[in-house]
Design a protein around this ligand. Structure first.
Ligand code: DQA
Length: 140
């Protein structure tokens, strides 16, 4: 399967950013582990701090043979109707992943505009959530 992992704003700082919440692993290590755990998949990666680039990446994924997406919209989860509309608009299963348990944090993190249109939501399992999401997508 052809799978795209998309990370939203500030996740380029993973490993350095609030490690108590988000862990100390750099995303390139997570990606290497995903590739070795799923050798039959082609796993590509996109990260942006920019909402419109994330929207364009979702549109392009659907048009370029990607069969499923793992999406951590980061703070845009809680703010972006435009990203939710993009997930709804594309004909592609999208699994929403959060490294932290957003339901155990500040009130403003407990609302996701994305979840309604996601195939499923994984939160609170650290970076292992990306692996759980890919294992769902390979079977879907
Ligand atoms: C996050 C949770 C969001 O609330 C936060 O803004 C992030 C990361 C997570 O992976 O736990 O940037 O999506």
């Amino acid at each position: 399967k052809n799978i795209l992992v998309i990370n939203g704003p500030n996740l380029n700082l993973l490993g350095k950013r609030e490690p108590v919440l988000y862990g100390s692993q750099d995303f390139s290590e997570v990606l290497d582990e995903l590739k070795s755990d799923f050798p039959d998949c082609t796993i590509s990666y996109f990260q942006s701090n920019n909402e419109s680039e994330l929207i364009n990446a979702l549109h392009a994924a659907a048009d370029s043979g990607i069969e499923g997406a793992v999406f951590n919209p980061a703070a845009f989860t809680h703010t972006s109707i435009a990203l939710a509309d993009a997930v709804a608009a594309i004909d592609l299963p999208v699994v929403e992943v959060h490294i932290s348990n957003i339901y155990g944090r500040e009130d403003f993190r407990q609302k996701s505009y994305i979840s309604k249109y996601a195939a499923g939501v994984i939160a609170g399992f650290g970076v292992a959530g990306y692996r759980l999401a890919v294992s769902y997508l390979v079977r879907s």
